[in-house]
Each structure stands twice: as structure tokens, then as C-alpha cells.
Design a protein around this ligand. Structure first.
Ligand code: GLY
Length: 359
């Protein structure tokens, strides 16, 4: 099965996303066809290299192996990728390909966006998180000085190949991390401006068992729904000046928790889920959402086995990380808050409001 989605950012900025369960032979053919005549630099995570270097048709010379983990999304590795591009003699006509999760996609995309002022970039996400979120929409970045994604650019890929066979080797923790982002989409669907209802919330509720078992057709459908929502958002607001902020439901607190624990305690999706619990509770307590929608949302999180953070760090510890987020000003912190069934809106919290919400 193969689904093709089109991302249309502007009249002359568009690209296709292929979601498929085809074997790797077909994937190799597709990549070969798409990059014919180009020199390629393939940035691949160490783990993906170990698992898939035999299945994928790249030569060792064109591969840059990035060690795994958020801490590798740094300036030093960025420069190493640029150096490799120089060594391979990549010109403006050539291409950088990211094969891996969000870390690989972000750093390789940033390298592609800056090398010679920008060369072609292809995303091949190998995790659920990168398939449903980071590989689409053009956010690229590296971390610096303890702040996630503080150096980066908006740079759209030329193509995204999503092959769900990669998900077979994803461990439970990483798979659940991706599902954290998937559940986020269910809670924002009606604010995304998609032309027709997709009923992702209902699909996730009914299909839970099959999705947890990674049943291929359900996986493809689920990724397709999430990306359709993301496309609806980013095609209206590529650079996050307005609507795109809604994709950050759960992320304000989530990012702060990740930074506070030095990116070593929680997966991204897990941190986002803690952020979602926090803001759902806040929205219910402040009468932004009804009791019945609050219960339905908690039931959905529960169905997938997600639980609240057992012990929230003290507000004074977490607040400095909330303020550091690049989306915030010194005295106010932006949260995306549920405000109706599958609807969200932006709300600025003052420091005192935050302290009381976190307490
Ligand atoms: N991950 C949120 C976005 O792409 O805007």
C-alpha cells in the first residue's frame, strides 16, 4: 500500500510525501530515481546504520554516521557534516539525505539549508516520531548551550519517503514516544483547518489495539491522518507566526522537562504527554473544556497506557527552562491550551499564573 501526500507551501514550493509498506528494494529504487545524477551525502544514525546498512543501497563513502541521542545534535557534528559534504565535493546541484529519527533529520536538514546557502534535502524518517512530525514541515535545527533547537532554519525537504518497515525494529519506548505526538494531533484536529473531518480521535480510540501492535494498514492510515493535519497547518503558516503554534500542544512544558533533565530522562513524546496532561487539567479546572471532553481525552491517553508525571519538579526549578524557550518573552510563557472538543488556542501565562498552575 502506498499513500502520496502533497505539501504545498507556496506556488513554487511543494513536495511529496510517500507513505508505504513496500520492501527495501522498492525504496532503494525510489531513492535512486529521485537522486539520479546527484552526488549524495547520507546522514544516518549509528543505530539505523547497524540495522539497515545492508538493506539500503548507499555506499559507505557517502554515509556520515551520527551517534544516537539528542546531545549529538550539536555544533561540532554540524561542522563535521559540512566537512564531509566538502570532502565528497557536493555542489549546489547535489543532495543531503537524512535517514533516522528527529535528531538526524534536524541536523542534516540544517546542514542542507546552510551548505552553499542551501542544497536539496530528502527525509527518510525511521521512527514514528519523525514520520508523523519532524520530517515534514521544514523545521531544521541544532541545540546550543543547553537550549533545544536554538540555531536553525525553516527549510523544506524536496521529498519525504516514509517506509513503515523501519518501525518494526523501533523499541517500545521510542514507539510510544511517537504515539505521544500522534495523540497530540487528535486533540488539535478541529483547529488545524483541514477541509474535511478526519476523526483521528475516534480512529485512535477504535484502532488502539491494532495500532499498539503496529498493524501495517492502521499504521499507514494513522501517519496519513497526522500528516494531513500537519500539512493543513504548515501550508497556511510555514514559519510559525500564528496557526503553526498549535502543533506545540504539550510542548511548552514538555521541552522544559526535557531541558531540566538534560534530555536524558524522558523521550520527547513522553515529555509532550506530561505537558498534555498538565494543560488538559488546567483547561478543565479553568472551564475551557467540558467535563465530558476532559474525560474522553483522559480515557484516550489511558487506553494507550500514558500516565501523568508522578512528581512535577518545583515551579521555581522548571520556570527558568520555560522562559528560555525561544517562543517566549521574559515575563510571559506561551501555552497552547485546549478550548473545546479537539480545539486549542494560544494563551500567554504570566510568571505568577504559571507558578500557581504548576503548584
Ligand atoms: N513540531 C512542530 C512543528 O513542526 O511545528
Amino acid at each position: 500500500m502506498r499513500q502520496t501526500l502533497k505539501v504545498q507551501i507556496s506556488e513554487n514550493k511543494e513536495y511529496l510525501i510517500e507513505i508505504s509498506d513496500s520492501g527495501f528494494i522498492k525504496l532503494n529504487q525510489d531513492i535512486y530515481e529521485f537522486t539520479k545524477g546527484q552526488k549524495r551525502l547520507v546522514v544516518m544514525s549509528k543505530n539505523v546504520y547497524k540495522l539497515y546498512c545492508e538493506d539500503l543501497n548507499f555506499s559507505d563513502e557517502e554515509i556520515f554516521i551520527l551517534p544516537d541521542g539528542e546531545k549529538e545534535k550539536n555544533y561540532t557534528n554540524y561542522l563535521k557534516i559540512i566537512q564531509k559534504a566538502q570532502e565528497l565535493g557536493l555542489t549546489r546541484k547535489d543532495v543531503i539525505i537524512a535517514v533516522g529519527g528527529g535528531v538526524v533529520g534536524d541536523i542534516a536538514g540544517f546542514a542542507a539549508s546552510t551548505y552553499m546557502r542551501g542544497i536539496d534535502f530528502i527525509q527518510i524518517p525511521t521512527t514514528l516520531l519523525s514520520a508523523v512530525d519532524s520530517s515534514v514541515g521544514g523545521k531544521t535545527a541544532i541545540d546550543y548551550n543547553g537550549v533545544k533547537n536554538i540555531i536553525g532554519s525553516f527549510y523544506q525537504p524536496k521529498k519525504v519517503f516514509i517506509n513503515i518497515n523501519f518501525l518494526n525494529t523501533l523499541d517500545k519506548k521510542q514507539y510510544m514516544s511517537g504515539l505521544g505526538e500522534v495523540l497530540k494531533y487528535a486533540l488539535i484536529e478541529n483547529s488545524c483547518g483541514h477541509k474535511t473531518p478526519l476523526f483521528l480521535f475516534e480512529f485512535l480510540t477504535l484502532g488502539c489495539e491494532k495500532i499498539l501492535k503496529k498493524e501495517p494498514l492502521n499504521l499507514i492510515r494513522m501517519i496519513e491522518y497526522c500528516l494531513n493535519l500537519k500539512i493543513a497547518v504548515v501550508s497556511k503558516d510555514e514559519k510559525e507566526s500564528g496557526l503553526r503554534k498549535i502543533l506545540n500542544l504539550g510542548h511548552t512544558l514538555g521541552h522544559a522537562l526535557e531541558s531540566y533533565t538534560k534530555f536524558s530522562k524522558y523521550t520527547h513524546g513522553e515529555a509532550v504527554i506530561y505537558g498534555i496532561f498538565f494543560i488538559l487539567d488546567w483547561a478543565y479546572n479553568n472551564e475551557y473544556i467540558t467535563n465530558s471532553y476532559y474525560r474522553l481525552s483522559l480515557d484516550l491517553l489511558d487506553k494507550y497506557g500514558f500516565k501523568r508525571l508522578k512528581k512535577m519538579p518545583a515551579p521555581e526549578k522548571i520556570i527558568q527552562f520555560l522562559k528560555k524557550d525561544k517562543k517566549n518573552t521574559n515575563n510571559q510563557v506561551t501555552f497552547i491550551v485546549p478550548c473545546g472538543k479537539k480545539e486549542v488556542q494560544e494563551k500567554l501565562f504570566s510568571v505568577s499564573e504559571l507558578i500557581s498552575a504548576l503548584s
